[in-house]
Design a protein around this ligand. Structure first.
Ligand code: SF4
Length: 299
């Protein structure tokens, strides 16, 4: 019989959140490091090459100095997969994620970015009304909890776009909109990064899917072959823009393009674009029902 108490479990989730937020900010995933190194082998423009070498050096310095890869600590966005038998209620999970975010911000310390959206007054240690942002998924026949933390910098989040295409626009219209969005974004979202595209569902769900897409390991392909083909085509197309690293011109504008999709209404064709900068930070933890925590990059 488990001896874990709910308070212990809440404390375990809080500790996990505090660790994830800082870990994600300091130590970028291996697949991203490889994608950046690979980009440097392909980039032929001199300014682009210089930017990529600086980025790679930045990553190594952050690691050796145990410091942040970027000063923008972003807003903490969590995705939780909650097993139906996990003993802690989602309301308590949310409280623990919030407390963990605050602790990480105060104890590290991290820059506190959160403000009231009208008054612009700081609302505290990277938390506030409806902050942090948490997306939920509930898993039947399971007693665990997976938490993924994706700190989202403003430079890239500001480069988010939504269009309600019509069905007659088809896939061609989707590609045109993604291309126009990335051209409009130019160097602002600190390229080369990951372009997340959400298609289908509804307006809000398409943007949620775009956010899901940026949090996938770099270069993974959608299980649906139609969507995977679109990912490949968009990846090629976006790298033909010549925007290049930090918008200074070059061959590598995006490290990857990931697409997530949902079925939709027969008269809808929503397309959302969410950009993730080169510092595509993410980190995950698995919390067992007995309070044991394992840290990993993925769930
Ligand atoms: S967009 Fe990314 S790399 Fe650029 S400043 Fe923001 S967090 Fe840093």
């Amino acid at each position: 019989m488990s001896t874990v108490t709910i308070t212990d479990l809440e404390a375990a989730v809080e500790d996990a959140a505090a660790h994830l937020y800082v870990w994600a900010l300091k130590d970028i995933p291996q697949d991203l490091r490889e994608a950046l190194a690979d980009a440097a082998t392909r980039e032929t423009s001199v300014p682009g090459q210089r930017v990529l070498q600086t980025i790679l050096k930045n990553v190594n310095v952050a690691e050796s100095e145990k410091n942040l890869v970027c000063q923008d600590t972003g807003i903490a966005v969590y995705t939780c997969r909650v097993g139906e038998h996990f003993p802690l209620h989602p309301a308590r999970i949310y409280a623990a994620l919030k407390a963990g975010t605050e602790r990480a911000t105060i104890e590290h310390p991290l820059r506190s970015n959160a403000v009231h959206t009208i008054t612009r007054e700081n609302t505290g240690p990277n938390t506030g009304y409806r902050l942090p942002i948490v997306h939920w998924e509930f898993i039947p026949d399971w007693d665990g909890l997976d938490v993924k933390c994706v700190p989202k910098g403003s430079g890239s989040e500001n480069m988010s776009f939504l269009k309600m295409c019509v069905p007659a626009d088809g896939v061609k219209g989707v590609k045109k909109f993604v291309l126009e969005s990335i051209v409009e974004a130019g160097g602002k979202p600190c390229p080369p990064g990951i372009v997340g595209v959400g298609i289908g569902g509804s307006a809000d769900y398409a943007m949620y899917l775009a956010k899901e897409a940026i949090a996938r390991p770099v270069g993974t392909r959608n299980a649906d072959p139609h969507v995977a083909k679109l990912e490949e085509e968009l990846y090629e197309l976006l790298n033909e823009t010549g925007i290049g690293p930090m918008g200074l011109g070059g061959d590598v504008t995006v490290l990857q393009c990931h697409v997530e999709h949902a079925d939709t209404h027969m008269t809808l064709n929503p397309v959302a674009v969410n950009y993730q900068c080169w510092a595509a930070r993410r980190a995950s933890a698995h919390v067992a029902a007995n309070g044991e925590v394992e840290f990993d990059r993925e769930f």
